[in-house]
Design a protein around this ligand. Sequence first.
Ligand SMILES: NCc1[nH]cc(CCC(=O)O)c1CC(=O)O
Length: 308
Amino acid sequence: MNQEIIRIGTRDSQLALWQAHQVEQALKALGHAVELVLIKSEGDLDLTTPLYEMGVQGIFTKTLDAALLAGRIDVAVHSMKDVPTKLATGLQQAAVLERGNHRDVLITPKGAAFLDDHMGKAVIATSSIRRRAQWLHRYPHHELTNLRGNVNTRMKKVFSEPWDGAIFAAAGLERTGLLPADAVTLDWMLPAPAQGAVVAVCRENDAVTATALAPLNHALTALCAGIERDFLRTLMGGCSTPISAYAQPWEEGIHIQGNICSPDGSDSRFINLTVASMAAAANLGQQAAERLLAEGGNTLMDKIRAHG
Ligand SMILES: NCc1[nH]cc(CCC(=O)O)c1CC(=O)O
């Protein structure tokens, strides 16, 4: 076994720590010596600016990636959906852990009855442009308001503000033990590409760490999350955009659902595509994106680019 201590870098939020602990425990179980190194990121420090106004790719991930490239840590653990589709130069994706809950959920401090009132006003909090766009497409009469901060900060805020609901990733709430029993699963909302998946990244030239991490890779999650990220990359190049995708096993192959939505929710386009075998799945994300563009998604993407 490797005698060098593998240093795992993580942000210090409860969710980030939970994710880093998964990697730590799996490596320890394989006989490796590991330690956690806590690192603050800009995404955690600025609690007011909506994410899509920060204008930086990888706001949550670049501080860890910089520490990795500088040799202060050997592994960076990220929520995969926060990672830009193109990894920083010099880094490699070493393992994708088995995916957790991929859904978004609505937290309703005053109950969910308002969802049945199809005319009534309601205020929904999120700072995700993807969630905002899909929500407005379904509930055009609702008002959206911003909600920033890590999962714990956001959850606290929901119960102190006069809001009707707030949208979270189910995985983040489950992993921090914060998922209320009456949370509403938004089974109609398509998640962010790779939502619910955790990725471990190491330096491209660090074969020792890459070899240590390889057994942690969950091949099906890596395939499906990779397909979703190909979909995103083909459409846009990875900015913070109202682009959603979910890929899952389907008989002997893989099925992808994809969506792009105008930020105001007025225009929403879906694509559904299936390949019959795993062998044919490699290009599924790109194919789905190209088909969506050809079927009229092109004009919508032009609008989205002009907006952002
Ligand atoms: N953008 C922040 C972020 N990054 C990962 C998660 C939760 C875990 C996941 O979605 O994989 C969250 C919180 C949220 O979106 O509510």
